[in-house]
Design a protein around this ligand. Structure first.
Ligand SMILES: Nc1nc2c(ncn2[C@@H]2O[C@H](COP(=O)(O)OP(=O)(O)OP(=O)(O)O)[C@@H](O)[C@H]2O)c(=O)[nH]1
Ligand SMILES: [Mg+2]
Length: 199
C-alpha cells in the first residue's frame, strides 16, 4: 500500500509517524507559512493590443485611470517589462510585458529582450484569432517545462460583431465556436472580457 504521508516533507512525516500531533501541527503551520513566502512571478504576454495591461488591471481590481493602473491604449503602449503586485498576496507579482511581434519587439528578439526564462508561470492573452506568435510563446514555455494559460480577450467585441452580422445570432453558439476553435488548437483556455473579470 502507498505511504499516505509520502508527499509530506520529512520532518512532518516524522512527527506524524511518531504520533506527535502537536509537533506535526506546529511543523505544518511553519511549512504553510514558508509556502506563503515563496515568490511567484507571473508573466502576462501576447501580441500588442491583445489586452495584456487591461488584464493586469482587471485581475488586480484596478480601474484603467487609477494612478496605480498599468497604462493601456489603442496604440502600442507597454514598452518596459513592469511588475504589479497581487493585491492580496504580496509574494505574487504580475509582470506586464510588451507585445510580441511589433517593429519595437520583433518575435525573434522578444524572448531575450523580456528575459522570458525568469518567470515562473505565464498567461498568454490573445484577441480575435489564435496566431503564430501565440503558438511560439506556448512552445517556448513548454520547452522550459513551465505552465501557461491562454486567455482569449475582447469576447465582447466578437459578440457585438456576430450580433450585427448574423440574422440567427446566438450568444452561446458563438462562445462555443470560439471555445472549440481553441480546443482544436490544443489550448487550455479561459474566455475573458474585462467586464467578466470585474464581476
Ligand atoms: N472591448 C474590450 N476592449 C478591450 C479588452 N481588453 C482590452 N481592451 C482594449 O484594447 C486596447 C488595448 O489594450 P491594452 O491592455 O493596452 O493592450 P496590451 O496588450 O497591453 O497592448 P501593448 O501594451 O501595446 O502590448 C485598449 O483600448 C483596451 O481598453 C476587452 O476584453 N474588451
Ligand atoms: Mg500593455
Amino acid at each position: 500500500m502507498d505511504d499516505p504521508f509520502d508527499s509530506y516533507p520529512e520532518e512532518i512525516k516524522e512527527a506524524l509517524i511518531n504520533n506527535d500531533p502537536a509537533a506535526a501541527a506546529a511543523k505544518i503551520h511553519k511549512y504553510l507559512e514558508k509556502q506563503d513566502n515563496i515568490p511567484l512571478n507571473i508573466a502576462i504576454t501576447g501580441e500588442s493590443g491583445s489586452g495584456k495591461s487591461s488584464f493586469v488591471n482587471a485581475i488586480r481590481g484596478i480601474d484603467h485611470d487609477d494612478e496605480k493602473a498599468a497604462p493601456t491604449g489603442c496604440v502600442e503602449t507597454t514598452m518596459e517589462v513592469t511588475p504589479y503586485p497581487h493585491p492580496n498576496y504580496p509574494k505574487v507579482t504580475f509582470w506586464d510585458l510588451p507585445g510580441i511581434g511589433t517593429t519595437n519587439f520583433p518575435a525573434d528578439q522578444y524572448l531575450n529582450h523580456v528575459k522570458f526564462e525568469r518567470f515562473d508561470f505565464f498567461i498568454i492573452i490573445s484577441a480575435d484569432r489564435f496566431r503564430e506568435n501565440d503558438v511560439k510563446l506556448a512552445q517556448e514555455i513548454h520547452k522550459m517545462k513551465k505552465k501557461f494559460y491562454f486567455v482569449r480577450s475582447k469576447i465582447d467585441h466578437n459578440i457585438q460583431d456576430e450580433k450585427r452580422s448574423k440574422k440567427n445570432f446566438n450568444k452561446e453558439t458563438t462562445l462555443t465556436r470560439i471555445r472549440d476553435d481553441y480546443i482544436q488548437g490544443r489550448c487550455l483556455l479561459i474566455i475573458a472580457t474585462i467586464s467578466v473579470l470585474r464581476v
